[in-house]
Design a protein around this ligand. Structure first.
Ligand SMILES: Cc1ncc(COP(=O)(O)O)c(C=O)c1O
Length: 364
């Protein structure tokens, strides 16, 4: 007798079909492989979806952050507050423009930045805060905006993991400035890619110049920048993917509801007023986190520790960042794990995930 091995459940799935193929083919046949109407159509599609006024496509989420900082005038001598519990790009972009990342703690009940910690970290050189919406959980946008207004600093949303997240009835990116990633692991995948969405037309013009070596005319460069242009083939895939987001977000939310109902002791409930877009589903396991991760992997389930160390502990930021106390984040790095929560999971997949977590937690 043979026992069927359960199929692997990936953390994310970049999903494409004939529509994507036809869109890429049309670009190849057109001969316009960068810039042009296909990139503009993608920008318009994302702006429409998020309720943003302006959108500027670039070639990664990291580039989006870097450009948004540069176009805001952030540079050497400035400090930018960043939660220490995030992907390295949130702080690396600050360092890339010559400013100093100031690493602060997260909330005890959420994986997102603590507005009180932001307030406490503001110093004479602070010019901005990067609000990271981790796992698709919106950071506390209202309180962060209140601190920022009172302290006279800018807010830039790092929505790389949060396409379609809603806080207090507003889609992240519909106001202010937000940076998106279209990496293969994200909600909307073009392989690599990113975008800055903003409600400020003059700022969007600076971003457009910034993504293209400060170009203001034929071989005329008003400022120094870099090449952050998105290819038209990626943009063509992106436009097809935008059309799927509504249905996929609904499915992500249904998967999250099923996971939350099945794992009530370890799930992290969203803050009141927040509607996460669930890039992944975080659990607070406690000291046995690595044992539960091993059980999931053994069961063919690609769960992850996002992130096993805070930015305080990243060697690459040694001597680069200013570190504020962050005991809550340090604990989260030891105790949290993330489950897959994407639209390509069946109800049976989700039950399997719940079963493995529940029995690992019970056996610990
Ligand atoms: C929170 C966060 N910010 C920024 C980025 C950077 O995006 P990209 O990988 O497209 O450069 C990522 C990517 O994973 C991310 O998770």
């Amino acid at each position: 007798m043979t026992t069927a091995t359960p199929s692997a459940i990936p953390m994310a799935r970049s999903w494409h079909d004939d529509d994507d193929l036809r869109a890429v083919e049309a670009v190849l046949v057109s001969g316009v492989l960068t810039g042009g109407p296909v990139v503009e159509a993608f920008e318009a599609g994302v702006a429409r979806f998020l309720g943003a006024e302006q959108a500027v496509a670039v070639n990664s989420g990291t580039a989006a952050l870097e450009l948004a900082l540069r176009a805001s005038g952030v540079g050497p001598g400035d400090e930018v507050i960043v939660p220490t519990f995030t992907y390295i790009a949130s702080a690396a972009a600050v360092a890339a423009v010559g400013a100093t990342p100031v690493l602060v703690d997260i909330r005890p009940d959420q994986p997102t930045v603590d507005p009180a910690a932001v307030d406490a970290a503001v110093g004479p050189r602070t010019v901005a805060v990067i609000a990271v919406h981790l796992y698709g959980h919106p950071a506390e946008t209202g309180s962060i905006a209140a601190v920022a207004t009172r302290r006279g600093i800018l807010v830039i949303d790092d929505a790389a993991q949060a396409f379609g997240a809603v806080d207090a009835g507003r889609m992240v990116g519909s106001t202010g400035t937000a940076c998106l990633s279209f990496h293969a692991s994200k909600h909307l995948s073009t392989g690599e890619g990113g975008m800055v969405v903003t409600d400020d037309a003059a700022f969007a013009d600076r971003l457009r110049r910034g993504r293209d070596h400060g170009t203001v005319g034929a071989y005329l460069h008003a400022s120094l920048g870099s090449n952050h242009r998105l290819s038209a083939t990626s943009a063509a895939i992106g436009t097809v993917q935008v059309g799927r987001q509504q249905a996929w977000l609904a499915r992500r939310r249904a998967v999250a509801a099923q996971l939350g109902a099945g794992l009530p002791q370890v799930a992290i409930p969203p803050r009141a007023g927040a509607e996460p877009s669930w890039m992944s589903f975080p659990l607070r396991i406690g000291p046995r986190r690595d044992m539960v991760l091993d059980a999931l992997r053994h069961g063919g389930i690609d769960a992850r520790s996002y992130y096993p160390r805070t930015l305080h502990e990243q060697p690459g930021l040694e001597g680069v960042a200013r570190r504020m106390p962050a005991p809550v984040a340090a604990r989260a790095a030891r105790e949290l794990l993330c489950l897959p929560c994407h639209p390509h999971l069946s109800d049976e997949d989700v039950e399997r995930v719940i079963g493995v977590v529940a029995s690992a937690v019970a056996s610990g």
